[in-house]
Design a protein around this ligand. Structure first.
Ligand SMILES: [Zn+2]
Length: 212
Protein backbone atom coordinates (compact mmCIF):
# COMPACT_ATOMS: atom_id res chain seq x y z
CA UNK A 1 0.00 0.00 0.00
CA UNK A 2 1.19 3.49 -0.77
CA UNK A 3 0.89 6.56 1.48
CA UNK A 4 -1.97 8.69 0.20
CA UNK A 5 -0.07 11.94 0.64
CA UNK A 6 3.54 11.34 -0.42
CA UNK A 7 3.03 8.12 -2.37
CA UNK A 8 5.88 6.25 -0.65
CA UNK A 9 5.64 2.48 -0.36
CA UNK A 10 4.42 1.66 3.14
CA UNK A 11 6.24 -1.68 3.49
CA UNK A 12 9.59 0.03 2.90
CA UNK A 13 9.02 2.57 5.69
CA UNK A 14 9.59 2.49 9.44
CA UNK A 15 8.60 -0.29 11.83
CA UNK A 16 5.49 1.69 12.68
CA UNK A 17 4.58 1.75 9.00
CA UNK A 18 4.83 -2.00 8.78
CA UNK A 19 2.96 -2.66 12.05
CA UNK A 20 0.23 -0.08 11.51
CA UNK A 21 -0.06 -0.78 7.86
CA UNK A 22 -3.74 0.10 7.68
CA UNK A 23 -3.02 3.78 8.38
CA UNK A 24 -3.47 5.42 4.98
CA UNK A 25 -0.59 7.80 5.82
CA UNK A 26 3.07 6.88 6.34
CA UNK A 27 4.70 7.81 9.64
CA UNK A 28 6.54 10.75 8.10
CA UNK A 29 3.36 12.37 6.78
CA UNK A 30 1.49 11.53 9.96
CA UNK A 31 4.19 13.21 12.04
CA UNK A 32 3.61 16.47 10.20
CA UNK A 33 0.10 16.63 11.57
CA UNK A 34 0.15 17.98 15.08
CA UNK A 35 -1.99 15.63 17.11
CA UNK A 36 -3.25 17.48 20.14
CA UNK A 37 -6.46 17.36 22.08
CA UNK A 38 -7.95 20.84 22.08
CA UNK A 39 -10.82 21.57 24.46
CA UNK A 40 -12.80 24.77 24.32
CA UNK A 41 -16.38 26.02 24.43
CA UNK A 42 -18.63 27.73 21.94
CA UNK A 43 -21.56 29.55 23.53
CA UNK A 44 -20.93 27.45 26.61
CA UNK A 45 -21.16 24.12 24.73
CA UNK A 46 -18.16 21.78 25.19
CA UNK A 47 -16.12 21.40 22.03
CA UNK A 48 -13.08 19.34 21.14
CA UNK A 49 -10.67 18.90 18.26
CA UNK A 50 -7.94 16.35 17.67
CA UNK A 51 -5.34 18.13 15.57
CA UNK A 52 -3.91 21.61 15.38
CA UNK A 53 -4.89 23.21 12.10
CA UNK A 54 -1.35 23.55 10.71
CA UNK A 55 -0.11 23.79 7.14
CA UNK A 56 0.22 20.01 6.65
CA UNK A 57 -3.36 19.45 7.80
CA UNK A 58 -4.59 22.39 5.76
CA UNK A 59 -2.96 21.23 2.53
CA UNK A 60 -4.37 17.72 2.95
CA UNK A 61 -7.81 19.21 3.52
CA UNK A 62 -7.52 21.41 0.43
CA UNK A 63 -6.42 18.43 -1.62
CA UNK A 64 -9.46 16.54 -0.38
CA UNK A 65 -12.09 19.28 -0.46
CA UNK A 66 -11.06 21.68 -3.16
CA UNK A 67 -9.26 19.31 -5.52
CA UNK A 68 -11.88 16.63 -5.00
CA UNK A 69 -9.41 13.90 -4.01
CA UNK A 70 -12.04 11.67 -2.43
CA UNK A 71 -9.51 8.90 -1.74
CA UNK A 72 -8.21 10.95 1.21
CA UNK A 73 -11.46 10.61 3.14
CA UNK A 74 -10.10 8.10 5.71
CA UNK A 75 -6.95 9.97 6.70
CA UNK A 76 -8.67 12.60 8.84
CA UNK A 77 -10.33 10.46 11.50
CA UNK A 78 -8.25 7.29 11.18
CA UNK A 79 -6.39 7.81 14.47
CA UNK A 80 -9.43 8.73 16.55
CA UNK A 81 -12.12 6.57 14.94
CA UNK A 82 -12.50 4.08 17.81
CA UNK A 83 -12.40 6.75 20.46
CA UNK A 84 -15.03 8.84 18.68
CA UNK A 85 -17.30 5.83 18.33
CA UNK A 86 -16.96 4.95 22.02
CA UNK A 87 -17.19 8.46 23.40
CA UNK A 88 -20.21 9.51 21.37
CA UNK A 89 -22.12 6.25 21.51
CA UNK A 90 -25.82 7.15 21.33
CA UNK A 91 -25.20 10.57 19.76
CA UNK A 92 -26.27 11.56 16.27
CA UNK A 93 -23.62 13.50 14.36
CA UNK A 94 -24.87 16.54 12.48
CA UNK A 95 -22.62 17.68 9.66
CA UNK A 96 -22.00 21.38 9.20
CA UNK A 97 -23.22 22.69 5.84
CA UNK A 98 -21.23 23.62 2.75
CA UNK A 99 -22.69 25.97 0.19
CA UNK A 100 -24.72 24.27 -2.52
CA UNK A 101 -22.21 25.46 -5.13
CA UNK A 102 -19.24 23.94 -3.28
CA UNK A 103 -21.05 20.70 -2.66
CA UNK A 104 -21.92 20.37 -6.34
CA UNK A 105 -18.40 21.24 -7.51
CA UNK A 106 -16.99 18.58 -5.23
CA UNK A 107 -19.46 15.92 -6.24
CA UNK A 108 -19.43 14.34 -2.77
CA UNK A 109 -20.33 15.28 0.78
CA UNK A 110 -16.85 15.59 2.27
CA UNK A 111 -17.94 15.31 5.93
CA UNK A 112 -20.15 12.32 5.27
CA UNK A 113 -17.27 10.53 3.52
CA UNK A 114 -14.86 11.53 6.29
CA UNK A 115 -17.09 10.04 8.99
CA UNK A 116 -17.49 6.68 7.24
CA UNK A 117 -14.35 5.22 8.82
CA UNK A 118 -15.87 5.73 12.29
CA UNK A 119 -19.09 3.89 11.44
CA UNK A 120 -21.00 6.72 13.16
CA UNK A 121 -24.38 7.67 11.76
CA UNK A 122 -24.62 11.26 10.62
CA UNK A 123 -27.25 13.60 9.25
CA UNK A 124 -27.17 16.94 7.45
CA UNK A 125 -30.13 19.04 8.56
CA UNK A 126 -28.47 22.44 8.05
CA UNK A 127 -28.05 24.53 4.94
CA UNK A 128 -26.37 27.82 4.09
CA UNK A 129 -28.77 30.55 3.16
CA UNK A 130 -26.27 32.57 1.12
CA UNK A 131 -23.46 31.38 -1.05
CA UNK A 132 -20.23 32.85 0.20
CA UNK A 133 -17.12 31.32 1.67
CA UNK A 134 -15.75 31.99 5.12
CA UNK A 135 -12.29 32.81 3.77
CA UNK A 136 -13.44 35.67 1.61
CA UNK A 137 -15.55 37.12 4.34
CA UNK A 138 -14.52 39.76 6.81
CA UNK A 139 -15.69 40.19 10.37
CA UNK A 140 -19.07 41.65 9.46
CA UNK A 141 -19.68 38.93 6.93
CA UNK A 142 -18.83 36.29 9.50
CA UNK A 143 -21.26 37.81 11.94
CA UNK A 144 -23.89 37.69 9.22
CA UNK A 145 -23.03 34.05 8.62
CA UNK A 146 -24.23 33.18 12.10
CA UNK A 147 -27.72 34.06 11.01
CA UNK A 148 -27.17 32.58 7.58
CA UNK A 149 -27.59 28.97 8.55
CA UNK A 150 -30.98 27.39 8.38
CA UNK A 151 -32.40 24.01 9.32
CA UNK A 152 -34.57 21.88 7.04
CA UNK A 153 -38.24 22.37 7.73
CA UNK A 154 -39.78 19.72 9.95
CA UNK A 155 -36.39 18.31 11.00
CA UNK A 156 -36.54 16.69 14.42
CA UNK A 157 -33.36 16.79 16.45
CA UNK A 158 -32.27 13.66 18.27
CA UNK A 159 -31.94 13.90 22.07
CA UNK A 160 -28.15 13.81 21.90
CA UNK A 161 -26.26 15.43 19.07
CA UNK A 162 -22.72 16.26 18.05
CA UNK A 163 -22.16 19.19 15.71
CA UNK A 164 -19.34 18.03 13.50
CA UNK A 165 -17.03 19.98 11.21
CA UNK A 166 -13.62 19.45 9.62
CA UNK A 167 -11.99 22.57 11.07
CA UNK A 168 -13.05 25.16 13.61
CA UNK A 169 -11.34 28.51 13.12
CA UNK A 170 -13.66 31.32 14.15
CA UNK A 171 -16.54 29.16 15.33
CA UNK A 172 -19.07 31.18 13.34
CA UNK A 173 -20.52 28.23 11.43
CA UNK A 174 -21.05 26.33 14.67
CA UNK A 175 -22.65 29.35 16.31
CA UNK A 176 -24.98 29.63 13.33
CA UNK A 177 -26.01 26.01 13.76
CA UNK A 178 -26.44 26.41 17.51
CA UNK A 179 -28.91 29.22 16.87
CA UNK A 180 -31.15 26.69 15.06
CA UNK A 181 -31.13 24.11 17.86
CA UNK A 182 -33.44 23.96 20.89
CA UNK A 183 -30.35 23.73 23.14
CA UNK A 184 -32.36 23.37 26.33
CA UNK A 185 -34.09 20.17 25.29
CA UNK A 186 -31.19 18.62 23.39
CA UNK A 187 -27.79 17.52 24.70
CA UNK A 188 -25.25 19.14 22.39
CA UNK A 189 -21.53 18.53 21.92
CA UNK A 190 -19.17 19.91 19.30
CA UNK A 191 -16.36 18.02 17.58
CA UNK A 192 -13.96 18.83 14.77
CA UNK A 193 -10.91 17.15 13.28
CA UNK A 194 -8.77 20.24 13.74
CA UNK A 195 -8.91 23.64 15.37
CA UNK A 196 -7.07 26.89 14.97
CA UNK A 197 -3.76 27.02 16.89
CA UNK A 198 -4.94 30.28 18.49
CA UNK A 199 -7.32 28.24 20.58
CA UNK A 200 -4.51 26.49 22.42
CA UNK A 201 -1.91 29.21 22.67
CA UNK A 202 -3.88 31.25 25.11
CA UNK A 203 -4.89 30.42 28.66
CA UNK A 204 -8.36 29.02 29.08
CA UNK A 205 -10.16 32.26 29.93
CA UNK A 206 -8.91 34.12 26.88
CA UNK A 207 -9.53 31.12 24.69
CA UNK A 208 -13.08 31.05 25.89
CA UNK A 209 -13.48 34.75 25.10
CA UNK A 210 -12.38 34.34 21.53
CA UNK A 211 -14.88 31.68 20.77
CA UNK A 212 -17.81 33.04 22.73
ZN1 LIG B 1 3.63 9.82 3.30
Amino acid sequence: MRCLICGCKRDEGSLRDILLSDDPLCSKCRAEWMRKRIHFRIKGIPAEAFYVYNSAFSSALIQYKECGDEALRDIFLYEVRNELRRKYHGYTFLRMPSTETKRNQRGFDHLEEMLKITGIRSEAPFYKIHDFTQKQSGKTERARMETDIGVREGYRFAKKIVLFDDVITTGSTIRGALACIPVHSVKVRIAACAANAKLIKLPFQRRKDIIE
